[in-house]
Design a protein around this ligand. Structure first.
Ligand code: ADP
Ligand code: MG
Ligand code: MG
Length: 248
C-alpha cells in the first residue's frame, strides 16, 4: 500500500504541496481531481522522483519502504510508474525494441538478468492480446503515424509490460476524446490486480464513469481537502471546485 503523510514539497523555493495525506491500499484505484494549479502533477512528479521537486516535510512509503529515499530508477525497479502524457515518437525504433529496452533497464535496476528474446516476445504477445492490441502494430516505429487512440494503447501496453506495483496516470491537461477515454479506462480496468494500486489524476468526470474508482479525492491548494466514493466525482461535475478552493 502507498501511504503519504503530511507531504510538503516545493518547486523553485515555492511550496506547492502543503501537508498532503493520502493512503491507497493494494488492489485499489483512487482518483484525484481538483482545480488547475492545485498540485496534482506536482504530486506525481514528487512520487516518481523527478529532479527539481524538493520534499521539505512529511513522508511517502510503499509497502512500508521510504519511497522518497530512493533514486528514480530504484522507484521504477519497485514498480512505481507515471504514464507518459505526451507520447514520444521515435522514428526507426520499433515499439517492441523500445519496450524491451525499458523492461531491461528495470531488470538491471533490480539486479536481474536481461530478458531473453523468446521470453520477451511471449510476454509481449500475452499482454497485447489481453489489452486487445494488434501485435503487428508493435513492429512499427514507436508512435510514428499512430492515431491518438493507438498511442494510448501503446502507453497502456508499456505500463502493463513493466509489471507496475503503483501506477499513476496524469491525464489532466491532455484533450482526451471519447475513444481515448475508453481506451484508458479499459486499460486501467485490465490492469487492476490485488497487488497493484493506481492513482488516476483527471479533470474528466466522464473517465470515472468507465473506471469506477474505489475512492475519489479532491486536491486543492496542495492538500487533499475531501474524499469520498465515486459519487464525489458526480458532485464535483455538478458543483465545481469553488467551495473546495474557498475552504483551502
Ligand atoms: P495541477 O497539475 O494540479 O494543475 P501543478 O502541479 O502542475 O498543478 O502545479 C501546481 C503549482 O505549481 C502551480 O501554481 C504551478 O504554477 C506551479 N509550478 C509547477 N511547476 C513549476 C515550476 N517548474 N516552477 C514554478 N512553479 C511551478
Ligand atoms: Mg497537472
Ligand atoms: Mg497548490
Amino acid at each position: 500500500m502507498l501511504k503519504i503523510e503530511n507531504l510538503h514539497a516545493a518547486v523553485d523555493g515555492k511550496e506547492i504541496l502543503k501537508g498532503l495525506t493520502l493512503e491507497v491500499p493494494s488492489g485499489e484505484v483512487h482518483a484525484i481531481m481538483g482545480p488547475n494549479g492545485a498540485g496534482k502533477s506536482t504530486l506525481s512528479y514528487v512520487l516518481t522522483g523527478r529532479s527539481g521537486y524538493e520534499v521539505t516535510e512529511g513522508s511517502a512509503t510503499l509497502d512500508g519502504e521510504d519511497l522518497l529515499a530512493l533514486a528514480p530508477d530504484e522507484r521504477a525497479a519497485r514498480g512505481v510508474f507515471l504514464s507518459f502524457q505526451y507520447p514520444l515518437e521515435i522514428p526507426g525504433v520499433p515499439a517492441l525494441t523500445f519496450i524491451r529496452t525499458a523492461l531491461n533497464a528495470q531488470r538491471r535496476a533490480r539486479g536481474e538478468d536481461e530478458i531473453a528474446a523468446p521470453a520477451f516476445l511471449k510476454l509481449a504477445r500475452e499482454k497485447a492480446a489481453a489489452l486487445k492490441i494488434d501485435f503487428e502494430m508493435l513492429k512499427r516505429a514507436l508512435n510514428v503515424g499512430f492515431s491518438g487512440g493507438e498511442k494510448k494503447r501503446m502507453e497502456i501496453l508499456q505500463m502493463a509490460m513493466l509489471s507496475p506495483r503503483f501506477l499513476i496516470l496524469d491525464e489532466t491537461d491532455s484533450g482526451l476524446d471519447i475513444d481515448a477515454l475508453r481506451i484508458v479506462a479499459d486499460g486501467v480496468n485490465a490492469l487492476r490486480a490485488p497487488d497493484r494500486s493506481m492513482l488516476v489524476i483527471t479533470h474528466y468526470q466522464r473517465l470515472l464513469d468507465y473506471i469506477k474508482p474505489d475512492r475519489v479525492h479532491v486536491l486543492a491548494a496542495g492538500r487533499i481537502v475531501a474524499s469520498g466514493g465515486p459519487e464525489l466525482a458526480h458532485e464535483l461535475e455538478r458543483e465545481g471546485y469553488d467551495r473546495y478552493a474557498r475552504a483551502a
